[in-house]
Write a protein that binds this ligand. Structure first.
Ligand code: COA
Length: 189
């Protein structure tokens, strides 16, 4: 929500990448670099990245300080190659609370990223952004959602199971650092 109390889901821009990278570091053992995100935004025609922003004074942020210590994006629109979404720019008053990314490959949407700021987890924001991304994918013609998740990531496995995804496959030793199997989860759209 912003200072008027709204939750904002909008396209990720390069102005968001400092916040996104902080959250990426806090969320994944094998984080993407800022460059990896920037290349995705600029050059991947199949990529779609969104952020969910909550304004100051909301929820666990009563003093107006971000849970990650950031003050928010720069407001730059960046050079995103993404299409769709609201097209809003970043705002210092609306810190990034979550982000997600999807590759739309034919009629398959592959979710490649989803993370929520640790202090804002288990409050429904992950579900909110995930469902928004699903709606976008379905509107673009996707008929199936697929994703891979570390088998030991019990919170994420519980999250996706609660949202109705089914286990389709197991990829042994798919992840390194640390080594782990990948569960392939999916659902029809
Ligand atoms: C996975 C993640 C995105 C979930 O986001 P979230 O905002 O905490 O999830 P929500 O609050 O929307 O939870 C929705 C449902 O998922 C389940 N769930 C979420 N977190 C859970 C947890 N830690 N343990 C058990 N169930 C959980 C619950 O059933 C919950 O429904 P409920 O609130 O009615 O009980 C978040 O934990 C996260 O950012 N993890 C680190 C990054 C990551 O692992 N991403 C996934 C990589 S594939």
């Amino acid at each position: 929500m912003d200072q008027t109390g709204r939750v904002q889901i909008r396209l990720m821009t390069e102005g968001d990448l400092a916040e996104v990278f902080s959250l990426e570091l806090a969320s994944f053992a094998d984080p993407w670099s800022v460059t990896a995100f920037a290349l995705e935004l600029r050059h991947n025609p199949h990529g779609h990245y969104q952020v969910l922003c909550l304004g100051t004074g909301g929820l666990n942020d009563p003093d107006g300080t971000s849970a990650l210590g950031n003050t928010g994006g720069t407001g730059s629109t960046g050079a995103s190659g993404n299409t769709g979404g609201t097209g809003n720019t970043g705002s210092a008053a609306a810190p990034v609370a979550a982000y997600c990314g999807t590759w739309l490959l034919g009629d398959v949407a592959q979710l490649v990223k989803l993370a929520v700021v640790p202090a804002w987890r288990q409050q429904g924001w992950g579900r909110c952004l995930f469902l928004a991304e699903l709606c976008w994918a379905r509107d673009c013609g996707a008929r199936q959602l697929l994703l891979e998740v570390r088998s030991r990531n019990t919170a994420a496995v519980a999250f996706y199971t609660a949202l109705g995804l089914e286990r389709l496959d197991v990829l042994k030793n798919y992840y390194q650092g640390p080594s782990d199997d990948a569960l392939v989860l999916g659902c029809a759209l």
